[in-house]
Ligand binder design. Structure first.
Ligand SMILES: C=C(O[C@H]1C=CC=C(C(=O)O)[C@@H]1O)C(=O)O
Length: 460
C-alpha cells in the first residue's frame, strides 16, 4: 500500500473542520511501514517544534509524535497524576464523536519530574512536573500495522495543514536514515569524585544509624560539543546500541530528554498488569567466562540481593493492591544489557481493577529502585544530600490511551540535550554495607549507554 491517504488528508481535514462544531477532530488511516527514527527526523525537516518517541523493549509498540495539538501540564506537587488523568478524560469526551472510526485513536504521551518538592533549576525549564501531550501527527507501529493519526483543532490553521502535507510528500519519497553526524566533544565535566563519595558515605552513615534502609543517589555529567546535537542521530545510535530497552525522546522548546531504559514501571492492558523489579548491578565481562562469573557473583551477593528485595517487596504490594492475583518468581534472574547486568524479577498481575495505568503509576513512583525505602525518608535524604536537579531523570515516562491502558518506563540511562550541551544521569542503590568507591564505579558504567550514543568514549 502506498501512503494511501496522502493527498486526501489535507482535503479531509479542511472538510471535516468546516462540518463540526467540536473544537478538535482526529483522523486515522493505515499507511506503509516507515522507519520510526526516520519519521522522527522528518519532523524537524517539516518544522514541527515538538517531537516524541516511544518504543517498548520488544519494539512491538512504537509511537512517534510530531507537533503538539493538546497539552496537559501542571506544576502541581500533590495531585499531578490525578490532574492529568481528569483533563485527559474530559478532552477525550470532547473529540470522541469526531474521530473517523478506525481503531487507532489519539494517545497521550509524556512524563513527570522525579520529585516535585525539589527546587527546580533553569536547566529543566521546558519540563514541568507533569506534561503529557496529544501529538498533531502520530505514527503508530503495532501488530505489524502502521497507522497515521492526525489530531488538530477543527479550525486548523493552514500552516499546520501545509506542514502535514509536506510530511506526506517527504514520506512518499525513498526512505533514508537520518544523515547528520554527531558533533565533536569539547568539554566533559562531572562532580568531583570525592564530593560524591562523601555524599554516599553520609547516606551510608544515616542508614547504619537506622534512619532508613536504602537510598538511590545519582550524579550527572555535563558534556559540551562543538555544534548542536541532533536528537535523531542520538536516537538512531541508541536503537542500534541498546536492544531490549525502552527508547524514548520528548523534545520541546529546543530541549530533548532522551534515553534507552531497561526498566518498566508498569503496563496496563485490559485487566492484565505488568511490572519489573530491577535493582542490583554489575558490569559486563570482557570475555564470556568473566561475564558468567560476574553474573553468578551478582546472583549471590547479599548486598545486591537485599537492594533488590526492597524493590520486590514494594512492587509486589503495589500490584497486589490493584490485582486479584499476582505472579512472580521467588528469586531474581539476570538481565544482561549491552554494558551492564542487573538482578531482574518480572511481575504479572491478573484481574486488574485499577482505573488507569496512570493511577498505578501514582502509587508506584518512586519505587525503591529510584528513590529508596522507606519512601518519604529516602526522598528527604535525596533532597538534602544529592547535589543535583534530577528533573525528568528516574521518573515515569510513557503513554496512555482513551481506555486508561498504557505503559510507563522509568527514565534512567537518559540525558537532556540542550543545544550544544548534554546532561547525562546515573544513580545507584545505597544500603548499609555499600562500598562508596564501588557505587561510584557503578554510576560510571551506567553513564556508558548515553555516552556511547553521543559518540563519546571515556576509558579512565
Ligand atoms: C538509578 C539507576 O538504576 C537503577 C536501576 C537498576 C539498577 C540499579 C542499581 O543496581 O542500583 C538502580 O536501582 C540508573 O541507572 O541511573
Amino acid at each position: 500500500m502506498a501512503i494511501l491517504y496522502q493527498h486526501k488528508i489535507e482535503e479531509q481535514l479542511r472538510f471535516i473542520g468546516k462540518k463540526t462544531n467540536r473544537p478538535f477532530i482526529s483522523w486515522s488511516g493505515e499507511m506503509d511501514r516507515v522507519d520510526p527514527v526516520y519519521f522522527f527526523a522528518l519532523g524537524q525537516a517539516c518544522s514541527f517544534r515538538e517531537r516524541f518517541y516511544w518504543s517498548d523493549r520488544a519494539n512491538e509498540t512504537v509511537y512517534v509524535g510530531l507537533g503538539c495539538t493538546y497539552s496537559i501540564e501542571t506544576e502541581e506537587k500533590e495531585q499531578r497524576f490525578h490532574s492529568v488523568e481528569t483533563q485527559w478524560k474530559r478532552w477525550m469526551e470532547e473529540i470522541a464523536s469526531y474521530h473517523n472510526g478506525t481503531d487507532a485513536t489519539p494517545i497521550l504521551f509524556g512524563g513527570f519530574s522525579f520529585d516535585p518538592h525539589k527546587p527546580k533549576t533553569d536547566k529543566w525549564r521546558a519540563f514541568p512536573h507533569a506534561k503529557m501531550v496529544v501529538p498533531t501527527v502520530l505514527l503508530s507501529l503495532k501488530n505489524k500495522k502502521a497507522t497515521l493519526t492526525v489530531t488538530v483543532p477543527s479550525e486548523c490553521h493552514e500552516e499546520v495543514i501545509e506542514k502535514i502535507g509536506m510530511l506526506m510528500r517527504l514520506l512518499s519519497q525513498e526512505q533514508r536514515q537520518p544523515t547528520s553526524s554527531l558533533p565533536k566533544l569539547v568539554k566533559y565535566e562531572e562532580i568531583q569524585k570525592e564530593e560524591w563519595i562523601h555524599a554516599v558515605e553520609k547516606t551510608i552513615g544515616n542508614i547504619r544509624k537506622g534512619k532508613l534502609d536504602k537510598v538511590v543517589l545519582a550524579r550527572e555529567a555535563r558534556l559540551s560539543f562543538a555544534d548542536t546535537i541532533d536528537p535523531s542521530a542520538v536516537l538512531w545510535r541508541l536503537r542500534e546500541q541498546q536492544p531490549f530497552s525502552y527508547l524514548f525522546a520528548f523534545e520541546q522548546e529546543g530541549q530533548c530528554f532522551i534515553g534507552a531504559s531497561p526498566e518498566q514501571l508498569v503496563k496496563k492492558e485490559g485487566d492484565a498488569c505488568y511490572s519489573v523489579c530491577l535493582a542490583g548491578s554489575i558490569r559486563r565481562g570482557k570475555t564470556f567466562q568473566e561475564d558468567e562469573q560476574l553474573g553468578q557473583w551478582l546472583m549471590h551477593d547479599e548486598k545486591n540481593l537485599r537492594e533488590h528485595q526492597f524493590v520486590v517487596q514494594m512492587i509486589k504490594e503495589a500490584i497486589e493492591a490493584v490485582c486479584e492475583h499476582v505472579d512472580m518468581p521467588a528469586s531474581p534472574q539476570l538481565l544482561k544489557l549491552q554494558h551492564i547486568q542487573h538482578l531482574y524479577t518480572p511481575v504479572i498481575g491478573e484481574k486488574c481493577h485499577a482505573a488507569s495505568v496512570l493511577s498505578i503509576v501514582e502509587q508506584m513512583h518512586p519505587t525503591p529502585a529510584l528513590g529508596g525505602t522507606p519512601r518519604e525518608k529516602a526522598m528527604k535524604e535525596i533532597r538534602e544530600i544529592e547535589p543535583l536537579d534530577r528533573g525528568w531523570y528516574a521518573a515515569p515516562i510513557g503513554w496512555m490511551d482513551a481506555e486508561g491502558n498504557g505503559e510507563f518506563a522509568v527514565a534512567i540511562r537518559s540525558g537532556l540535550l540542550s543545544g550544544k550541551e548534554a546532561f547525562i544521569f546515573a544513580g545507584c542503590g545505597v544500603v548499609g554495607d555499600s562500598d562508596p568507591i564501588s557505587e561510584y564505579e557503578e554510576t560510571k558504567v551506567k553513564f556508558t549507554p548515553m555516552l556511547s550514543a553521543l559518540g563519546v568514549e571515556r576509558n579512565e
